[in-house]
Design a protein around this ligand. Sequence first.
Ligand SMILES: Nc1ncnc2c1ncn2[C@@H]1O[C@H](COP(=O)(O)OP(=O)(O)OP(=O)(O)O)[C@@H](O)[C@H]1O
Ligand SMILES: [Mg+2]
Length: 258
Amino acid sequence: MEGITLEDLSIGYKRPLISSLSVHMAEGEFWVVVGPNGAGKSTLVKTILGIIPPLSGRILIHGKDCTRRCDERRFLSYVPQMESYSHSFPATALDVVLSGLFPRLGRFERVREKDVERALRWMEELHLKEVADKPFSRLSGGQQRKVLIARALISDPHYIFLDEPTTGVDLRSSRKILELLDRLHKEKGFGICMVTHDINFVWDYVDRIILLGYGGKYFIGNKEEILNEELLSRIYQVQVKIVETEYGPIFLVGDKHF
Ligand SMILES: Nc1ncnc2c1ncn2[C@@H]1O[C@H](COP(=O)(O)OP(=O)(O)OP(=O)(O)O)[C@@H](O)[C@H]1O
Ligand SMILES: [Mg+2]
């Protein structure tokens, strides 16, 4: 079967954060993972990517058992949550984008001219062309985010996992990132799984939502089922109000705590 299947999956570190999660992420779907800080969103993504082993259950990619190791993981790419990068890190922004090709290159293969052209095209798409030759460590946080997104895209993945790609990114660039992901998803059939706190940005694009709460609670469904006032208020323990506008629904947070 195409896509990614989680079967009765428990994730966490020694003790489970989330237990018995079963979900099928079909090829070409746009998923968003939301939930409060520390609920386990990054842990879920890292477990699917094989960075952290699951506590129990199975992970299938294209129908193959990938609970431990498997080759099918080369079809997944990853934009990690923002980390700080060492100032002595000498690579240029372009080098970092090209490093996305390494898992695909054979042992003695080198980056070719057409790879560089492709990297520059992705950088242009994300308004990064001017910084291509600058050291990655000297870029602003938002520029670094976008470089890491270009790095994930260059390997032609079937599924892209992005952990908070719009955190620290300006409004226009955030919208651009969502539009780019939406276009890739629609034109090239890439599957997308994005962790975000910016729910106001995702409504127009997303198909399916995973909402993780504390105490192992989780909810899976389409956006109307999950992104509603009652459930969001309960999970975030703060009053959430949804206002319909010409731009679609806007999520507001009140000061009434539960
Ligand atoms: N390597 C680790 N070892 C032990 N516990 C960890 C490790 N990484 C994360 N945790 C714990 O697991 C829980 C979930 O962390 P995770 O990073 O998945 O949360 P998150 O939902 O992504 O939160 P945020 O919105 O803040 O990014 C937290 O309580 C965290 O302290
Ligand atoms: Mg996280």
